[in-house]
Design a protein around this ligand. Structure first.
Ligand SMILES: *[C@@H]1O[C@H](CO)[C@@H](O)[C@H](O)[C@H]1NC(C)=O
Ligand SMILES: *[C@@H]1O[C@H](CO)[C@@H](O)[C@H](O)[C@H]1NC(C)=O
Ligand SMILES: *[C@@H]1O[C@H](CO)[C@@H](O)[C@H](O)[C@H]1NC(C)=O
Length: 288
């Protein structure tokens, strides 16, 4: 049945040409840097939310999937990092669905399947370092891609929002792994960053405005767009926004009363929160 609908749509000229997604392992070795003494069970997919989302966990081989918006490359790409508490990845709701939307905006999308669960500190790495390596490496791969992007932004949800903030602040200057190839010479600093209900930006609980040391911005932090609701258990973007203001980093923040945490693209027309994708579209026009 879906095939018939697709055929009909393309017969009517409704479907734009979109090339197949291209998946790559981001490291040439099966054991990723820092994982020499770490192992977990095989990668597992669990279908959730009535079949509309897939939670992936036990990721040891991180991948980057490029979905171009159209046949020819766009000038801008965004690397999307799903959330899931650094335990799982909400891969459709905070990943593939986001890439679809960016593609509608004529932006090419790299979906990063970063390593989860967080590696224990005793393995010699602070808890969020394996994912940070993965986005550092991915920034270089996206920049050295043959599509020759003029701008590469970063976008993340919840824990992925922490990861996006980390690589945008203290996390881009120095690679945490030995260089692998020429792509590691490219800057890991995103040209802009997008934080949707980011988590863990505070060091001392979810509802303060303190800013965790690994995500304190400085004047070299890229322009930032963020979305936050008041009834989110993690009121975590406020202090970061104030910090951006004090160091002169352009920041746009959208605050809504209700919606909690984990709403993804959000599809409740009666809730103003669900306008966030349009607000983002307008902001992106100022960045690309
Ligand atoms: C992930 O791997 C660990 C072993 O490291 C295992 O205990 C756990 O059950 C695995 N999770 C899933 C969902 O398979
Ligand atoms: C896991 O789910 C993702 C998202 O739907 C899919 O791309 C991937 O192929 C799945 N992997 C396995 C092993 O089923
Ligand atoms: C960041 O915000 C904290 C309070 O949350 C403040 O103590 C600190 O001075 C700020 N740093 C900058 C650089 O604005």
């Amino acid at each position: 049945m879906p095939h018939i609908v697709l055929l009909l749509a393309s017969a009517l000229g409704l479907s734009a040409a979109q090339p197949d997604a291209v998946i790559q392992n981001i490291y040439p070795t099966t054991i990723a840097p820092g994982d020499e003494d770490f192992s977990c069970g095989p990668e597992t997919n669990t279908t959730t939310d009535g079949g509309t989302d897939v939670h992936i966990t036990n990721v040891s081989v991180p991948t980057l999937t490029l979905q171009q918006a159209g046949d020819s490359p766009s000038s801008t790409a965004v690397i999307v990092m799903p959330g899931g508490g650094y335990e799982i990845l909400s891969y459709i709701k905070e990943g593939e669905a986001i890439c679809e939307y960016l593609n509608e905006l004529e932006i090419d999308c790299f979906l990063l399947k970063y390593r989860v669960p967080a590696r224990p500190d005793e393995e010699g790495m602070p808890w969020s370092w394996a994912p940070l390596m993965d986005i550092q490496r991915s920034m270089g791969l996206a920049r050295s891609n043959a599509n020759n992007y003029k701008k590469v932004g970063a976008m993340g949800f919840s824990a992925g929002g922490h990861l996006t903030t980390h690589v945008s602040t203290t996390g881009w200057q120095e690679r945490l792994y030995a260089p692998i190839d020429g792509s590691d010479k490219e800057s890991a600093r995103p040209d802009f960053s997008v934080l949707i209900y980011p988590a863990y930006l505070t060091p001392d609980g979810p509802t303060t405005t303190n800013v965790a040391e690994e995500v304190v911005p400085d004047k070299d932090t890229p322009p930032t767009f963020s979305v936050q609701t008041q009834d989110d258990g993690f009121l975590s973007a406020l202090g970061f926004y104030v910090n951006c203001t004090s160091v002169g980093v352009p920041a746009e923040m959208h605050l809504f009363a209700e919606g909690g945490h984990g709403y993804g693209m959000c599809d409740d027309d009666s809730n103003a929160l669900c306008e966030w994708p349009e607000r983002l579209a307008s902001w992106l026009q100022t960045q690309i």
